[in-house]
Design a protein around this ligand. Structure first.
Ligand SMILES: Nc1nc2c(ncn2[C@@H]2O[C@H](COP(=O)(O)OP(=O)(O)OP(=O)(O)O)[C@@H](O)[C@H]2O)c(=O)[nH]1
Ligand SMILES: [Mg+2]
Length: 196
């Protein structure tokens, strides 16, 4: 029997706040730098190759995309940040829209910040953590873990936990390619979505 995530189906997309899905139930959103691997992580979590569009080049996801899991739960794939080639006006648009969405959204039950494990947390990721001001559970998904050997992967997870200090933010390594860390990640998502 497919799990909750494998039942995911595309719902709708939003460019403006007025186009968001009705703010009821629970959703978890995937944020992070362009090309970090947000959309690929959702595809792996849902076991669907083409649910989210992915690309080798940054800036693929250009809308807030909603995916329905059941009547009251959703996953949300967000456009990435930090891609220099995005025109200034569009960058400002997403700064405003994403900030409002992340701060005001009542049904947002948790935030996944997707980070390339080789790159670690950047200023923009820290900015997002500050913006959330401990108002929401955050999980940092260190993806592309297949690119590192076992020991450096473990060292990076420890280092990022240290950098986060006492903040109540969880961290895990993940690979959409090999499936490493998938079960652990499903556990975090279940908690955030109150599944069980
Ligand atoms: N080796 C490896 N490559 C990955 C992994 N996850 C994602 N990628 C690759 O990283 C690139 C970017 O992936 P996307 O999922 O499109 O990234 P995104 O964060 O959604 O990017 P934007 O939509 O532009 O913000 C693609 O070429 C993916 O195949 C992973 O776990 N391992
Ligand atoms: Mg994407």
């Amino acid at each position: 029997m497919p799990n909750l995530y494998q039942k995911a189906s595309y719902l709708t997309s939003a460019f403006e706040l007025s186009q968001l899905v009705e703010d009821v139930g629970h959703e978890i959103a995937f944020a992070g730098r362009s090309n970090a691997g947000k959309s690929t992580a959702i595809n792996r979590l849902t076991n669907q190759k083409n649910l989210c569009k992915t690309s080798k080049t940054p800036g693929r996801t250009q809308l807030i995309n909603f995916f329905e899991l059941d009547d009251e739960r959703r996953l949300v794939d967000l456009p990435g940040y930090g891609f220099a080639k995005v025109p200034k006006k569009l960058r400002q648009h997403w700064n405003t829209v994403l900030s409002s969405y992340l701060v005001d959204r009542k049904s947002l039950s948790g935030l996944i910040i997707v980070v390339d494990i080789r790159r670690g947390l950047t200023d923009l990721d820290w900015g997002l953590i500050e913006l959330m001001d401990e108002q929401l559970p955050i999980h940092i998904l260190l993806t592309k873990a297949d690119k590192l050997k076992n020991d450096s992967r473990k060292r990076t997870v420890m280092k990022i936990n240290r950098e986060l200090g006492g903040q109540d933010i969880t961290v895990s390594a993940f690979s959409a390619l090999s499936g490493l860390g998938l079960d652990e990640f499903v556990g975090y998502c279940d908690k955030l979505l109150d599944v069980g």
